[in-house]
Design a binder for this molecule. Structure first.
Ligand code: ZN
Ligand code: ZN
Length: 268
């Protein structure tokens, strides 16, 4: 299983020269199984535009698994090339929350937000709702768990041949009723991607925003038998220099830590 980052920022794709090294697109991760040629896309932030442009091979089904519906996780979807290229079948798997609006996909393509209504899209994506628990998506074994985030968000554990990936972005640590199940869910994973939007200095003023800081992420990874930690959902505008320094400091707590950067890939 190969995992490639196409968008690693939270909130908004605010591109600045000082931050372009790690990239400025919002969340999107490509998971591919090199044995079968299957691809699973995690989130549809602005990073999905680059993924779509780079995706080769025969047109096929393209499963896109969303963590939740905040703008930064869906804003790239209308600009995904495979919605317009003949033969592709984009398919969305999205969580069912109390706040869920089943018409969300129609809404984001509707005027005045977008010029092409969903019923006129060449490859209108089918949407399936999913909930916590185990499922199989596009040839991948996936388990989902609810996170602590305003309006809800799901974490995903994707089984790989030699180890599992846990993608847990948009989570605020501090509520044991969410953190303890997350620890059980993530334990033993080869790679974990965690929400490190804030620094330990910033987090106090942002309680309830639904995000975490890099120190808490590193402590979590150190405590729960995680193979490698990728700090993710970087605050927009956080410079490359700052992210290098954050990763350096986090390694004192958990040595196998990286600050996720666009186009970087790992293999499990
Ligand atoms: Zn987010
Ligand atoms: Zn969010």
């Amino acid at each position: 299983m190969k995992i490639k980052f196409w968008g690693v920022r939270g909130s908004v794709p605010w591109a600045t020269p000082a931050a372009i090294g790690h990239g400025c697109n919002t969340p999107c991760i490509e998971v591919s199984d090199e044995r079968t040629g299957s691809t699973l896309v995690l989130d549809a932030g602005s990073g999905i535009v680059g993924l779509g442009a780079a995706l080769g091979g025969e047109p096929r089904e393209l499963p896109i698994l969303l963590t939740h519906y905040h703008w930064d996780h869906i804003q790239g979807l209308p600009f995904l090339a495979q919605i317009y290229q003949p033969g592709w079948t984009p398919r969305i798997f999205a969580p069912m929350f109390e706040s869920h609006d089943p018409a969300w996909v129609e809404t984001i393509f509707r005027a005045p937000f977008f010029p092409v209504p969903v019923e006129h899209l060449p490859n209108r994506p089918r949407v399936d709702v999913i909930g916590p628990g185990a499922t199989r998506i596009g040839g991948f074994d996936v388990t989902a768990l609810e996170l602590n985030h305003p309006g809800g968000a799901l974490a995903y554990r994707v089984r790989g041949l030699t180890g599992d990936l846990v993608y847990a972005t948009d989570h605020e640590f501090g509520d044991p009723s969410r953190d303890e199940p997350l620890a059980d869910f993530a334990r033993g994973a080869s790679a974990m991607i965690l929400d490190a939007h804030f620094t330990p200095e910033e987090i106090g003023a942002h309680t309830g925003w639904g995000h975490s800081d890099w120190r808490t992420c590193a402590e979590f990874a150190a405590k729960h038998d995680i193979g490698g930690l990728w700090l993710f959902h970087h605050k927009p505008g956080r410079t490359d220099e700052e992210l290098v320094s954050i990763a350096y400091d986090a390694r004192r707590i958990f040595p196998a830590t990286e600050a996720a950067g666009e186009r970087e890939a790992l293999r499990l």
